[in-house]
Design a protein around this ligand. Structure first.
Ligand code: ADP
Ligand code: GLC
Length: 455
């Protein structure tokens, strides 16, 4: 069976976060389990890699690169000839890109059996696939980003037939909504953890699409499949970015190295590697800082929301116990996963989250909110979880961590359990293959106006 993944980023070629990591790790595991796999992502101007051009038509071109048995395809449209990944005109860019993807692949001779789209930027490809009776799976990595634009301007970009310009199609409160197009028309919808799969069927987490998701759940067409981790890339025993270690004694060298690098005192280290977004609850961390720095050093790596960036940088200027580094920095992220005692993840919502799994593998104990994938991956006898998205609840969990830290045997027992945790992709990939087989076996009639049902 040949699977075509479609996404806006794919490690190691383009990356802003966990989505890219999934596209870098799930496909090779599918290959190991016998699938043929291609990954289509945009041919960004500053792609990390030089694709070999395999097709050209007008101002479009398609390139390829092979990585771990996976064929990576890169589609360039004129909108992508500029630096950076995301831009304010993304709905237009990805609508055009998504409209062109299947025709280009067809004319380049790329064949596949199941289309697997990821997040809103691939929603339109899934919708066009349904119009052509292609079996498809659509995975939600984050329901908050939906790719919305006013209908009058945006609908023509999509190339969808006019009869899909309704609430039963891709319309959403007067806007075109590319996430909805994927959710509505893919043969099967998945998201990246069982808990988030339940959460998004409620108004609190559903971002206005919970009704549609409840409908798909009722039909047995919504599943939660937990992400795995690339355990070679994130392995403290072999990690070239740190002094490799396999036990808590060995980890001390990484902690000392971070202390030295950031000129920290002897207080324990709480690290955080994150996009600075409301989702991640870093305003909660910020509000709790006055109390945290009484007992901890805090080292944060991350950029995003300008106000949060300014607030953390201001803290770093006035407190010797706070350090803040901006920008994407892969090597430093490894040092901070390894060289800290605990890792802060106070997310308001978290579809899966990879950071907490990485921290656990490095024997760094997450202080994590019990939501989405955090609830599914942080065991209570290893990390410290809390319920309410408030500074008080975070501090209560941190308090528990402090009490455990006072007893090195207990702390090391927890951390050692983390060090030996297994987040392999093998199980999740097997589950995806079952879903591919299922959608391939279903007789999908062509999507037609008459076939639109009330949801
Ligand atoms: P999300 O995809 O929502 O940002 P995840 O936890 O799924 O969250 O994945 C985030 C990934 O991005 C992790 O691998 C994390 O280490 C990485 N990351 C986030 N910010 C940075 C940064 N500033 N520098 C390097 N890596 C980062
Ligand atoms: C999104 C989510 C994150 C998830 C990642 C990969 O970025 O915010 O929770 O781990 O996608 O699925």
């Amino acid at each position: 069976m040949h699977i075509l993944h479609v996404a806006s980023e794919a490690y190691p070629y383009s990356r802003t976060g966990g989505l890219a990591d999934v596209l870098g790790a799930l496909p090779p595991e599918l290959v190991r389990q016998g699938m043929a796999v291609s990954v289509l992502s945009p041919w960004y101007a500053d792609l990390l890699g030089t694709p070999r051009e395999i097709w050209r038509g007008g101002d479009l071109r398609l390139g390829e690169l092979y990585q771990e048995g996976v064929r990576h395809l890169f589609l360039e449209t004129p909108d992508f000839r500029r630096p950076g990944i995301y831009h304010p005109d993304d709905v237009r860019r990805f609508a055009n890109w998504g409209r062109l993807a299947l025709p280009v692949l067809t004319s380049a001779g790329v064949r596949f059996d199941v289309l697997h789209g990821h997040d809103w930027a691939a929603g339109l490809v899934a919708a066009h696939g349904s119009l052509h009776q292609l079996p498809s799976v659509f995975t939600i990595h984050n329901l908050q980003y939906q790719g919305r634009w006013n209908m009058a301007e945006g609908f023509p970009w999509t190339g969808l037939p006019d009869w899909l310009n309704t609430p039963l199609g891709a319309e959403f409160y007067g806007d075109i909504n590319l996430m909805k197009a994927g959710l509505r028309f893919a043969s099967h919808v998945t998201t990246v953890s069982p808990t988030y799969a339940r959460e998004i069927t409620t108004p609190e987490f559903g971002e206005g699409l919970d009704g549609l998701l409840r409908e798909r759940l009722a039909r047995g067409q919504l599943s939660g499949v937990i992400n795995g981790l690339d355990q070679e890339r994130w392995n403290p025993r072999t990690d070239p970015h740190v002094l490799p270690y396999g036990d808590m004694a060995g980890k001390q060298a990484s902690i000392s190295a971070v202390r030295q690098e950031f000129q920290l005192d002897d207080a324990p280290i709480l690290s955080c590697v994150s996009r600075l977004a409301v989702q991640k609850g870093l305003d909660i961390l910020l509000a709790a800082l006055p109390r945290i720095v009484e007992k901890w050093n805090v080292v944060l790596l991350g950029s995003g929301d300008a106000q949060l960036e300014a607030a953390f940088s201001a803290w770093a200027q006035r407190s010797a116990r706070v350090r803040h580094v901006t920008g994407m920095n892969e090597s430093l992220s490894h040092r901070l996963y390894a060289g800290a005692h605990a890792f802060a993840m106070p997310s308001r919502f978290e579809p899966c989250g990879l950071s907490q799994m990485i921290a656990l593998r490095y024997g760094t104990l997450p202080i994590a909110r019990a939501t989405g994938g955090l609830a599914d991956t942080v065991p209570e006898d290893v990390g410290f979880v809390f319920g309410e998205p408030t500074p008080a609840a975070f501090l209560e969990a941190l308090n528990r961590a402090e009490r455990e830290l006072a007893d090195p045997d207990r702390w090391n027992a927890r951390a050692s359990r983390g060090l030996s945790m297994d987040f392999s992709w093998a199980g999740p990939a097997k589950r995806y293959i079952e879903i591919y087989q299922q959608v391939r076996g279903e007789a999908n009639g062509p999507l037609s106006e008459a076939g639109l049902e009330v949801v």
